[in-house]
Design a protein around this ligand. Sequence first.
Ligand code: HEM
Ligand SMILES: [Ca+2]
Ligand SMILES: [Ca+2]
Length: 302
Amino acid sequence: KLVKNFYSSSCPNVESIVQQAVSTKLSQTFTTIPATLRLFFHDCFVEGCDASIMIASPNNDAEKDAPDNLSLAGDGFDTVIKAKQAVEQACPGKVSCADILAIAARDVVVLAGGPSFNVELGRRDGLISQASLVAGNLPEPTFNLNQLNTIFAKNNLSQNDMIALSGAHTLGFSHCSRFSNRLYSFSSSSPVDPSLNSTYALQLEGECPQNVDPNIAVTLDPVTPQTFDNVYYQNLVAGKGLLTSDQVLYTDPTSQPTIVDFANNPGDFNRAFIRAMRKLGRVGVKTGNDGEIRTDCTSFNS
Ligand code: HEM
Ligand SMILES: [Ca+2]
Ligand SMILES: [Ca+2]
């Protein structure tokens, strides 16, 4: 079981050390924020929140090498690596990479203007990281509501949690390939997804022309891409959800009332997001003598 003050005697300053490292990294690049938040999510959904995502393999067969993880921005990994190095200076061998990632994910939300919250700690680092274990465990941007609910339910997260966590798309970018079907090949009768706001669709066609350079990415929240706020939900109400999996949360009548609530009441969103982040942080955790405390987040202790 995780607890808030897990390191109060073994590494009392861990949270301020991590926060300092995250701030320094942020002063170098804004991508620190969305990259770290997404990294936490992808870690927790595969083998639990155990920093399995951090392992680097010389054979490119670790979790991070799986197709679903190739678009994770390097700055998220770098944030955790830097924070771990700073923590090791103060308290060598005490704090897991999994906990450092959980703290850093909270810190980036706060640094982007989002709500602050306590992070439960005591996770141990996993001993497994395999690319082959990723497929089927992460949601795809083409998922409908049922598919989203099913994959989140496997991780003890409710529809409400799933909707709140999707609010992370208030920050960051998506490559054109993840949604271009909505612009050019939606259906035989309508190449453009009719749930897309038509002005927004034209804007996206401008940013993502057919056969665009695969490195081009556009903001997930076209209005406030650098601020953690509830504008993501206001966008969905306006037909400005970038991914199918975003827009479906408003289109589907089952989830629409929650979207309208979060769009109108930022306090409701913030409370739901905090609760969901805590629950996400408990997924599949190893505690006690399970796993290990890695010295270097990118490799198992030998
Ligand atoms: C609900 C199901 C979800 C789906 C289908 C999904 C899918 C995606 C996709 C396709 C991208 C764009 C990747 C790229 O092309 O580079 C993305 C980006 C992102 N996702 Fe999600 N995601 C989901 C949930 C989440 C959750 C729960 C979080 C965190 C709590 C999250 C955080 C992010 C962030 C911050 C970015 C921007 C990354 C960056 O700019 O580097 N997503 N997501
Ligand atoms: Ca993991
Ligand atoms: Ca925003």
